[in-house]
Design a protein around this ligand. Structure first.
Ligand code: ADP
Length: 253
């Protein structure tokens, strides 16, 4: 923690400089606090599967010989939990790398990127996906890799948080001159209280946890970072009769 400097109450450069330095110290303190919180949250998230893994190893050690039937079940558990840890660590690394990168944007046809991404992605999902794209190209200033990552993250969520037989709709349009992309699902949607919070690191709405839908709570934090890096914007609204709509507004320059 950095203490603020005493600033003389005089109308001169020393006063201005002191005030400026104190403002810098304040934002530095806030940054330190955020980093601290992040490390603490990340450790907590990693500790949970780690504790479970050690518990099962200890169980095998104590009872495996006399009750070999417990071994396959415990091993399966250890396998799942370690896979979860791996996903978590990979997402954390991805997020931390993004703190330092600058990305290159270029003029791209959003419709074309959507079509290519969906083609590659469709094999992984069972859910029907409806595309409703503008006629002709829809140009945006964007990084190709970022747009693909955002699309896959939003489609994966739409898929995870809505019933398997309900269609997901992907619409592109031009709103006030901006290329816009909306992904709508017919799931339970996201209550207003949670709409902003789901973009925070590790935040998951209780329902996702209680229904045991696998996830780390980092997907939308990564999306949010990519959106900022690409001078874009993202918002959540409600879908009728139920479900969530994620609307991505892209930059044209
Ligand atoms: P994860 O899916 O790994 O939990 P995300 O950061 O991608 O993490 O999402 C955070 C939370 O936002 C999810 O846990 C879920 O509660 C909520 N959420 C995200 N997308 C949707 C959606 N399409 N419908 C309903 N809830 C959603």
């Amino acid at each position: 923690y950095h203490e603020a400097l005493p600033v003389p109450d005089s109308p001169d450069e020393i006063h201005d400089l002191g005030t400026e330095i104190n403002q810098l110290l304040k934002s530095l303190n806030e940054q330190v606090l955020r980093d601290h919180q992040f490390v603490s949250d990340a450790s907590h998230e990693l500790r949970t599967p780690l504790t479970a893994i050690r518990g099962h190893i200890s169980l095998i050690n104590r009872r495996g010989e006399q009750h070999p039937e417990i071994i396959p079940k415990s091993l399966k558990f250890i396998d799942e939990e370690s896979a979860r840890m791996q996903t978590l660590v990979e997402s954390l690394l991805r997020l931390s790398r993004m703190d330092h990168v600058t990305i290159e944007r270029q003029p791209l046809d959003v419709n074309q990127v959507v079509q290519q991404t969906v083609e590659n992605y469709q094999a992984e999902i069972s859910q029907p996906l409806q595309l409703d794209l503008t006629a002709g190209p829809l140009m945006a200033m964007i990084n190709l890799d970022s747009l693909q990552q955002i699309l896959v993250a939003l489609l994966t969520n739409a898929n995870k948080y809505s019933p398997a037989d309900q269609p997901v709709t992907l619409t592109t349009s031009r709103v006030n001159g901006h290329p816009t992309l909306a992904i709508a699902d017919l799931g339970t949607g996201i209550d207003d209280d949670h709409k902003a919070k789901v973009f925070e690191r590790f935040y998951r709405v209780d329902q996702a946890r209680s229904q045991e839908i696998p996830g780390t709570g980092l997907g939308l934090a990564i999306v949010s970072r990519l959106v900022t890096l690409n001078h874009a914007q993202i918002a959540i609204s409600d879908h009728q009769p139920h479900g969530a709509v994620f609307t991505l507004t892209l930059a044209t320059k």
